[in-house]
Design a protein. Structure first.
Ligand code: HEC
Ligand code: HEC
Ligand code: HEC
Ligand code: HEC
Ligand code: HEC
Length: 429
């Protein structure tokens, strides 16, 4: 193993600090800024704990030059990035129970050979070395540092392999003129572009149906025209150090936010989607309620990704406290298999979806006014409530009664995005 130590002036011998792990699951960006700085500060004070790396002559942890390197090694120098990434969905793309449940279903339904395809995105290091049995620790790290930073090109039109990888000594990233004592550094504009993300966030089934279309939804939007990339919203620059002070001093004081959250950060969804009760009409015993839902800040359809992600508008009429009628309007895409059967599970969608039955999702910047009509209204005064929820019905793998046992359980997640209330009178047209 040979890694050149660059003589970049300010390099110092590393005080081997354990990567820090404060519970970095926080909702507000300000909290994250603060914690990133804190994580970094704590990282500097902590003492050694890693036996994973082979230090070179000068005591610095080194990357594996002829295969994948675990994130634990990267995290010894890139502490603040590692502390955030490790709680991300990307880091948990293989381990999380929802994926595990669906992956088992895929194996049971289509066989282990076909289910391998799932790993090419959820444990993408299988693309080089082929550890489909997930025997190595680095494979279980899901979408790990070394995978993303070994990508040197993508070809979205190549159905066999969308990524071009250079695994080993070189790490590809957005910084210009960076130099590292642990690895070669290659400047890559690809990492600043949506095409990089598209290699996983855009996917057609063997039937040819686009089931993950986040990239093309973005591409058709005003964001793409203005040059706003996925990273600009999902990986903004936040205060933090690219590497610990012990490694290098003159490095940028900001890092890209590696949490890369989406709808799991419900505050983000709330900030992006607006709900308004815009008016009503009341003619005799019929009432029309007009509700406007606007996708103000999401760079693609709302919701995007798998069709299990739904937003549901609920409109309720009350006379006093008594509910007299209620209506639900989903914003969702419904996909069918070849035989026209609606597909409700992730593994079925990803393998069998053949056509779209309906798509009522809200496009980027679209303001949609929905009119909901109610009949046989005898009251003269009503209260109306419009509520928008984010819903996700799926399954998850949980530990069973006995030691070592596991079972699949249904789960429904439901979060309130927004609610609005008003009163209506029969004469008030
Ligand atoms: C011994 C410490 C050390 C280790 C271990 C380490 N790096 Fe680095 N890395 C650095 C330094 C120093 C820089 C340069 C920072 C600068 O110049 O501002 C750097 C830069 C980078 C960059 C920026 C490249 C660019 O052009 O944008 C990436 C990406 C990166 N490292 C990824 C990784 C990954 C992935 C791992 C684990 C496989 C890793 N590093 C392990 C010290 C390290
Ligand atoms: C999903 C892919 C992905 C994963 C996983 C990932 N990165 Fe990155 N990383 C990126 C992208 C993309 C950028 C550049 C974003 C931009 O410039 O807009 C980046 C930027 C960087 C940089 C340059 C400094 C900065 O923040 O801009 C370093 C260093 C780095 N990553 C290290 C790491 C380490 C260490 C890990 C694991 C703890 C990691 N990355 C995990 C995609 C990833
Ligand atoms: C190697 C494949 C891969 C790459 C590259 C990748 N992703 Fe992902 N991404 C995934 C997978 C798989 C998940 C779902 C993980 C899970 O929950 O099991 C995911 C989840 C997400 C989420 C959802 C988080 C949430 O809170 O719901 C967002 C947002 C996201 N990715 C954005 C990005 C962006 C932006 C990029 C480019 C900088 C990117 N991804 C690159 C595979 C990838
Ligand atoms: C203008 C900002 C913006 C841009 C650009 C953007 N997103 Fe998002 N993204 C959001 C917001 C806000 C959410 C949460 C609301 C939602 O689910 O649509 C989100 C959610 C997501 C989710 C979570 C889906 C789910 O239901 O769990 C994924 C995955 C995602 N984005 C990927 C991407 C990718 C890939 C790109 C680039 C092709 C991209 N985003 C571009 C703002 C943006
Ligand atoms: C082309 C890349 C790709 C392939 C192949 C893929 N997925 Fe995914 N998967 C994603 C992305 C990206 C997400 C993020 C959520 C979204 O956009 O809806 C995701 C999300 C999921 C989720 C939701 C996880 C969560 O935390 O909410 C499950 C479950 C899942 N995938 C199962 C599978 C199974 C099972 C297979 C194989 C049949 C598979 N995936 C194949 C990219 C992929």
């Amino acid at each position: 193993m040979k890694t050149r130590r660059d003589t970049h002036g300010t390099l110092r011998r590393i005080e081997r600090g354990a990567p820090t792990e404060p519970g970095l699951r926080h909702r507000s960006h300000r909290g994250i800024f603060f914690l990133v700085v804190l994580a970094f500060a704590v990282g500097l004070c902590l003492s050694p704990a890693s036996a994973q790396t082979t230090p070179s002559g000068d005591g610095l942890p080194q990357v594996n030059t002829d295969g994948w390197t675990s994130s634990a090694v990267c995290g010894e120098c890139h502490q603040s990035i590692h502390a955030v990434w490790r709680h991300s969905l990307h880091a948990n793309a293989w381990t999380n129970g929802v994926f595990q449940a669906a992956y088992r279903r895929a194996i049971d339904t289509y066989g282990a050979e076909d289910a391998r395809e799932c790993l090419t995105c959820h444990a993408p290091t299988v693309r080089h070395g082929g550890d489909y049995e997930v025997k190595q620790k680095v494979t279980a790290e899901g979408i790990t540092c070394d995978f993303c930073h070994s990508v040197n090109a993508v070809d979205l039109d190549d159905p066999k392999e969308r990524f071009r990888l250079t695994v080993g000594a070189a790490k590809y990233g957005p910084l210009r003129h960076a130099q590292s004592p642990a690895h070669k550094v290659v400047n890559s504009d690809l990492h600043k572009s949506s095409e990089f993300c598209a290699a996983c966030h855009e996917y057609r089934t063997p039937e040819g149906l686009l089931v993950l279309g986040t990239y093309s939804e973005w591409k058709a939007s005003v964001y793409a025209k203005r040059g706003t990339q996925c990273q600009d919203c999902h990986m903004p620059l936040v205060p933090g150090r690219v590497v610990g002070l012990g490694i290098k001093k003159d490095t940028p004081n900001e890092v890209n936010w590696h949490d890369v959250s989406g709808s799991h950060d419900i505050d983000r969804v709330r900030a992006a989607v607006k709900l308004e009760l815009v008016g009503y009409e009341w003619l005799g015993e019929r009432v029309w309620v007009y509700v406007k839902v606007t996708n103000e800040g999401s760079g693609h359809c709302f919701p995007t990704g798998l069709p299990m992600h739904r937003a549901v508008l609920e409109v309720t009429l009350r006379e006093g406290t008594r509910v007299i009628d209620q209506r639900e309007i989903p914003f969702e895409v419904v996909m069918l298999d070849k035989a026209g059967r609606p597909l409700r599970r992730e593994h079925e969608v990803l393998v069998q979806a053949a056509r779209v039955r309906s798509d009522t999702r809200i496009k980027p910047k679209e303001a949609r006014t929905v009119d909901i009509s109610f009949r046989d209204i005898k009251a003269t005064k009503l209260a109306v409530t419009a509520t928008l929820n984010y819903e996700y019905t799926t399954e998850t793998l949980v530990p069973g009664e006995k030691e070592g046992e596991e079972r699949v359980e249904p789960v429904t997640m439901k979060f309130l995005i927004a609610t609005s209330q008003s009163t209506m009178r029969q004469l008030g047209r």
